[in-house]
Design a protein around this ligand. Structure first.
Ligand SMILES: CSC[C@H]1O[C@H](OP(=O)(O)O)[C@H](O)[C@@H]1O
Ligand SMILES: Nc1ncnc2[nH]cnc12
Length: 288
């Protein structure tokens, strides 16, 4: 199966260069437009799609990002593998600003977002114990190393609603839970990617020590953006290294079968409108 890499760029990463046949494409979805047009093209013979999560010029808050439209649009374009790049605060001394962390778990503290493609009329439950694709995450770690980043393998990302940063009490609470990094956007993105049977990996670019660290000032946007911009070159190098690594890999993960047995609603009771709307992403299991 041919793979297509979709990169979701976070704060500080609003475009990528070097694609062959680059084209910003407008994509419509049943959930409205994605955060922005999507840049498509090829890199070393591998089809690529790039979507700036907050839109070019950073117009979406973490709450207003149209997560369902974004994942729907990437799937509709043929994306098989989503690499999400996110700026995060560190909750551990050892994870310093400038480091990259390949996330493997999440704690979802968001509360004001649509988190599922399912709903009344079409109910489904996908497995999410292991929320990222282990193979794509390993490829990202390899690509990050080639890109010259200092990386950490595996860690828990707390997703907060924002847009305000955490209080000191919250930051301490998340540390007491053993969480590693904090951000505002990986949820519900990773949940929706799983429902759409996409491989998903989260590359967290550490930009600050949030507000718990006694020797560092509390996080501020200027600090996040300065570190994100200083790291953008490494993020771009990671993206550039992905096609070469992915082309050599056969897929062995279960992400593409996440919907097997997941749909609860009897065929006769399914809302035909929802079935029609969702068939571009759920079609594999809705047929027949
Ligand atoms: C610019 S500071 C807070 C902002 O940065 C992160 O965005 P992203 O995950 O898209 O890189 C964080 O989640 C907040 O949205
Ligand atoms: N400290 C922090 N908290 C939440 N989101 C962030 N993104 C970057 N740094 C962050």
């Amino acid at each position: 199966m041919d793979r297509m890499i979709g990169v979701i760029g976070g704060s500080g990463l609003y475009e990528i260069a070097g694609l062959e046949d680059p084209r910003w494409q407008r994509v419509e979805t049943p959930f409205g437009p994605p955060s922005d047009e999507i840049l498509t093209g090829r890199l070393e013979g591998v089809e690529m799609a790039f979507l700036p999560r907050h839109g070019r010029g950073h117009v979406h808050t973490p709450t207003s990002v149209p997560y369902r439209a974004n994942i729907f649009a990437l799937k509709a374009l043929g994306v098989t593998d989503v690499v999400a790049v996110s700026a995060v605060g560190s909750l551990k001394e050892a994870y310093a600003p400038g480091d990259f962390l390949i996330v493997d778990q999440f704690i979802d503290r968001t509360f004001a977002r649509e988190k599922s493609f399912f709903g009344a009329g079409l109910v489904g439950h996908v497995p999410f114990a292991h929320p990222v694709c282990p193979e794509l995450s390993a490829l990202c770690a390899g690509a990050a190393m080639l890109g010259g980043a200092r990386i950490h393998h595996g860690g828990t990302y707390v997703a907060m609603e924002g847009p305000q940063f955490s209080t000191l009490a919250e930051s301490r609470l998340y540390r007491s839970w053993g969480a590693d990094v904090i951000g505002m956007t990986a949820m519900p993105e990773a949940k929706l990617a799983r429902e759409a049977e996409l491989c998903y990996a989260c590359v967290a670019m550490i930009t600050d020590y949030d507000c718990w660290h006694p020797d560092h000032d509390a996080v501020h946007v200027a600090q996040v953006m300065a570190t994100a911009q200083a790291n953008a070159g490494r993020a771009r190098a990671l993206i550039a290294a992905l096609p070469g690594l992915i082309a050599a890999e056969a897929k062995g993960c279960a992400c593409g079968r996440a919907l097997d047995g997941a749909i609860m609603t009897a065929p006769s009771r399914r809302d035909p409108g929802m079935v029609a709307r969702l068939s571009p992403i759920l079609g594999r299991v809705l047929k027949g």
